[in-house]
Design a protein around this ligand. Sequence first.
Ligand code: 2BA
Length: 94
Amino acid sequence: MKLIIAIVQDEYINKVIKVLMDNKIRTTKLSSTGGFLKSGNTTLFIGVDDKEVDRVVDLIKEQCESRNVKTAGEEVIVGGANLFIVDIDKYIKI
Ligand code: 2BA
């Protein structure tokens, strides 16, 4: 099993959640804030079987894109979504 931790920019989050729900992918949504820009983003915890990872990544990719943001004299590329995919040793539901 894997845990996909997806930090999604707020402008894309409704579309991302909808497509995950439509595809019966379970998710937990946390409000979060970027440390650098200090603007709102949303972090999703998505627990999936290993074989589902690519499909979930593709679903998110279809909804998000990077964009350039100007901030205090510099321009940064903000990802529509930043994903961390980690191995889960054990999942227990009580
Ligand atoms: P922020 O921390 O607000 O970062 C927004 C964008 O600012 C980043 O876009 C990146 O282009 C730039 N940036 C961030 N830290 C920087 C630094 N120390 N020096 C120069 N530029 C910097 P993304 O990389 O697409 O990140 C979007 C959001 O995803 C981040 O918002 C943060 O909330 C999260 N994130 C990205 N990488 C992360 C990481 N390695 N660990 C934890 N959260 C991460």
